[in-house]
Design a protein around this ligand. Structure first.
Ligand code: BDR
Ligand code: CA
Length: 314
């Protein structure tokens, strides 16, 4: 099975994404690392640990990562979307973790896993890219052991945190630029444009709730988040962003990708954190060519197939 690390800021859709990997028998989930993001680090860490307990996966190590962005020190959050505790106010309904928090920090745990593995490991970063940037900056050799970074982040044509920027990139644009543009590591970027098309409806959520105790608990965690998206869409629909990326991480090819040059706006203006996806396909000798690294961007999938794939495994 796929050897996988998830780097996460749970987060309601993170919870679905972790569930997808943790409950898939063909996935070798080697570790989970936490990062600040939707809520502060202390909370994302405890949410990750409780979620793994719920999934019967106390065998999976959890290590805590960055509390704030690399360059600009004030972290922001998405409490308005995910609730003050990151899980729609229901985190205390999850079982307490029986496994102690790993003594190593997120970067060290990732490095140890990569070094110990005889095969390259896939990493699914589904929060701000701070931990991943720190790993690659401090340990350049780590890139050779990474099969792919399957990242939920960015937007080709729109943002969510701002008009221009998607939350994970906007939360730490300098880290995102390092990972997406400066480093030489295989990346699949799963942007908002695709995750929004993979939204699920009330019927899908009802099936999740009816699937068993874990499904019922997961469905319960969606309440605040689902209300937010119902306002966004004007109907009962919910986006499972991070689960779309993890689906690709554990089932390579489930998303169709195209290669585009990508850059990240690290300016301090209104486009800060925007992903610039160059769809012009210019040659390097074209006068209008701008640099940016060619990476794979997920553009399409069998939408019903994807929704079914996630539901089956949860
Ligand atoms: C991303 O931002 C977070 O709020 C979600 O968990 C997801 O990773 C979507 O923009
Ligand atoms: Ca997330």
């Amino acid at each position: 099975g796929t050897k996988l690390i998830i780097d996460t800021d749970p987060g309601v859709d993170d919870a679905l994404a972790i569930a997808l990997a943790a409950l898939s028998p063909d996935v070798d989930l080697l570790g989970v690392t936490s990062v600040f993001g939707n809520v502060p680090l202390e909370r994302t860490t405890s949410n990750a640990r409780r979620l793994l307990e719920l999934f019967g996966r106390a065998d999976v190590a959890v290590a805590a990562g960055a509390t704030r962005p690399l360059v600009y020190s004030k972290p922001r959050d998405a409490k308005a979307v995910h609730g003050g505790d990151g899980l729609s106010g229901h985190s205390s309904t999850l079982p307490e973790s029986t496994r102690p928090l790993d003594e190593r920090d997120a970067v060290r745990l990732m490095l140890d896993i990569l070094e110990a593995s005889d095969e390259p490991v896939t990493i699914a970063p589904i929060g701000p890219l701070t931990n991943i940037a720190a790993l690659l900056a401090a340990h350049p050799g780590a890139a050779a052991k990474i099969a792919r970074l399957v990242i939920m982040g960015g937007g080709v044509t729109f943002g969510n945190s701002t008009t221009a920027a998607e939350f994970n990139i906007w939360s730490d644009p300098e880290a995102a630029r390092r990972v997406l543009v400066e480093e030489d590591v295989p990346v699949v970027l799963v942007p908002l444009d695709l995750t929004h098309r993979c939204a699920v409806d009330g019927e899908w959520l009802a099936k999740l709730a009816a699937s068993g105790p874990v499904g019922a608990t997961l469905e319960g965690l969606t309440s605040t988040y689902r209300q937010h998206y119902t306002r966004v869409f004007g109907e009962d629909r919910m986006v499972m962003h991070d689960a779309v990326a993890v689906a690709e991480a554990i089932s390579p090819g489930i998303l169709r990708t195209e290669t585009y040059r990508v850059d990240v706006d690290c300016g301090l203006g209104p486009a800060r954190g925007q992903t610039l996806v160059d769809r012009r396909r210019l040659g390097e000798d074209d006068p209008q060519f701008v640099p940016g690294r060619p990476i794979e961007v997920a553009v399409d999938t069998d939408l019903d197939g994807l929704r079914g794939f996630v539901l089956d495994r949860l």
